[in-house]
Design a protein around this ligand. Sequence first.
Ligand code: MN
Length: 251
Amino acid sequence: MSAHFGSLQAALREGLPVSTLRVVIPIPSPITVAIAATVERYPVHRIYCVGRNYAEHVQEMGGDVERTPPVFFTKPADAVLADGADFPYPPRSQDVQPEVELVIAIGQGGANIAVDAALSHIYGYAIGNDWTRRDLQTTAKRGGAPWDLAKGFDHSAAVGAIYPVGSIGHPCRGLIRLEVNGVERQRGDLSAMIWSVPAIIAELSTYVTLVPGDLIFTGTPAGVTSVVPGDQIECHIEGLGTLSSRVVERQ
Ligand code: MN
């Protein structure tokens, strides 16, 4: 039992029960997302996000639809915010914006996944909200700097209940919209994605080996807007219910 394991995952691969690990700090709690209409949970491994995937949103952000390929970025798994939970307004920002997005939940991993095989790697879908410190992102873009702290901060990945493919299939069209205090701000259709769900999985899997538990946020339609503490955010995607968050002052 003297083996040194580089990570919890490495230890688990060796078949060592977690309870026998001699850890020096408490093992972080697993991050999970609800499965719709059951008590079961989906364990989250990593969170990938696609930027610039709806033409009208690319244009409102000042981008060039023709020349700009979608970009990938990430959020920490523990940025997950459950449906109905308060969203604490993050520090170091004066301009925070929600982005409603279709989220893919990977059920079967793989690298270099073919487009026509991609759908078989999906466990299900959920509504997501890619919370963004827009002022930090704008500064980062200007300086050619990473987006990490503009996108990957505490509570920045709101995710609603996951609907398994077995119950809802693969939504490739349908209304996607976001309301702030009952007023519609974002509105689009899933069919307007520049990169489709299979294309996103195929492309991302050429950069990293996807594993079960990976979530992929697929980009947001036009209409992004800033919010303040007290605002009530409601995200809707046809067939996937709703995702609600209330913006609160941070503690
Ligand atoms: Mn986004």
